[in-house]
Design a protein around this ligand. Structure first.
Ligand code: INI
Length: 159
């Protein structure tokens, strides 16, 4: 698109502080998402000492803890990580919906970029695929999106 002034974020994590908020539930999967997010941030120039990991019981607890992390200040972006797997329980719908809505709400209310790294899948196999195998690593994707969003806000003079 020529002749159009374009604002876009570059993917440098240098000088930025991040908090990963990650559920313990389904930790075999979530640990892979944490690994992917960390790898992405470090490879893009974040310093290890500028990354904090906060563990919460399950996906349902992600929004509240993201809110408190945002209100506390001191970080430029959050990556929310978890895995809600349908299995045989109707619980799935409620937890997935509340966590998703809640995380979006926190980001809008506080103005802090939050990478959405919450898997919602029908099976463990699908979750494994998205946690570092066939379908990439959604933790890494969420980290890259938070990075890009921070830099876009910066370009807009809104950070
Ligand atoms: N939490 C998850 O992160 N993933 C799930 O798949 C899940 N299921 O299926 O129940 C889950 N439940 C726990 C929930 O997030 C809360 O921690 C719990 O209800 C206490 O508030």
């Amino acid at each position: 698109m020529r002749h159009i002034a374009t604002i876009e974020g570059h993917l440098s994590a240098q000088g930025l502080a991040f908090t990963l908020v990650a559920a313990r539930f389904n930790d075999i999967i979530v640990d892979r998402l944490i690994g992917g997010a960390l790898d992405c941030l470090l490879r893009h120039g974040a310093a290890r000492e500028d990354i904090t990991l906060v563990r919460v019981p399950g996906a349902f607890e992600l929004p509240l803890v993201c809110l408190k992390v945002a209100q506390k200040g001191g970080c430029d972006g959050i990556v929310a990580l978890g895995a809600v797997i349908r299995g045989a329980t109707p619980h799935f719908e409620y937890i997935a919906a509340e966590a998703t809505k809640g995380i979006a709400q926190v980001s809008l209310q506080t103005g802090l970029p939050i990478g959405f790294g919450l898997l919602t899948t029908d099976s463990v196999e699908q979750a494994v695929e998205r946690a570092g195998s066939k379908a990439g690593n959604k933790g890494a994707d969420a980290a890259a999106t938070v990075l890009e969003t921070i830099r876009v806000l910066e370009q807009l003079g809104q950070r």
